[in-house]
Ligand binder design. Sequence first.
Ligand SMILES: *Cc1c(COP(=O)(O)O)cnc(C)c1O
Length: 385
Amino acid sequence: MRDDLKRVQEIVTSIDGDVEDWLGAVIPPVFENTIYRYPNYETVKQAAEGSIFRYGYSKNGNPTTAALEKKLAELEKGEEAKCFSSGTAAIYTVLLSVLEQGSHVITVKNVYGRVSDFLSNAFKKFGVETTFVSGQTIEEFEEAIQPNTKLIYLESPTSWHFELQPVRAITELAKQHQIIVVMDNTWATPVFQNPLDFGVDVVIHSASKYLGGHSDLVAGAVIGSREWISALPQLGAVLSPYESAKLLRGIRTLALRMEKHEKNALQIAAFLKQESKVSEVSYPGLTDFRQYELAKKQMSGSSGLMSFQLNADESGIRAFIDSLRHISIGGSWGGFESIIYAAAMSGSEEEVLARGFSYSQIRLSVGLEEAQTLLQDLHEALRRI
Ligand SMILES: *Cc1c(COP(=O)(O)O)cnc(C)c1O
């Protein structure tokens, strides 16, 4: 096994807790209780003072979720992690934690849609200003910094256009100006990239993608120092213990799945590259990817999500999508199943272009199926255009 996979494999297959925990159960049970009771007055008193630790109310701490958080912290090489009911809830909580009236934020143009939405609407109402940069060079960040810049919010790579940011240079610049750097690491997963190694302060994940990996849950996570995580505001958007247990099960196979996602995606990207009906395959794992050198420097591998352009009008795009037999049509990504989405399905040509996509752009999340099945499916659908 490769070193990056081996590191993750050791973490995800380690037993949570010692043999005395959970009555010896191999996995943490689902603690579905709301409340914890105490043996006496003195115990409550000591817990309140912080001289002993006791669970009290499930919204503030749950042992099933805590076992998951411990694993996620280890995976991202952070001191602590906190789970949320979605990646979006994790994002909102982090923004609320860092920003104040009059703050300035720098982020990337093709950042996850909710981030730009929160910054341009909810936070703008309170006087927060945002500068959007394409983010591929350090100069853009240097130019965008203002005296009131509090936060640089990164997502490397972005999940439709696959633009990478030079993370190490950005965190060095940010330190000189006492700016906090947050990074969404959903695409690469902790298997292929660990942003804390580059000096990023806090990492965000949508666990609804690869961490869960089985298309059966929605969850989010934030990883960083103990100080950072304990200062996060409590919005009540906690992860249910059932979802925590499912997510913990999902990540047991994270290294194995990511190895297969990468292997399949490399084959499919190479196949699409040489198809005449396809152009501009964006996949950071391809050696001729426009930012391949940076990708290789920052990531030890590539996950399964890519995009490309179809050389076709809307009826051709429709024929291609509807001819697929194995690959599902749908919006999200990171699951065991291959799933595809055409930007043209999301609205009129004008609307699609206004959102920054090209009309013929297709996004493909390569799943865990046999590569040959997927190649055949794509080959046949391309012939129907
Ligand atoms: C899906 C996604 C999110 C949001 O996560 P949810 O769990 O759907 O709320 C955040 N960042 C990226 C890159 C995503 O793809």
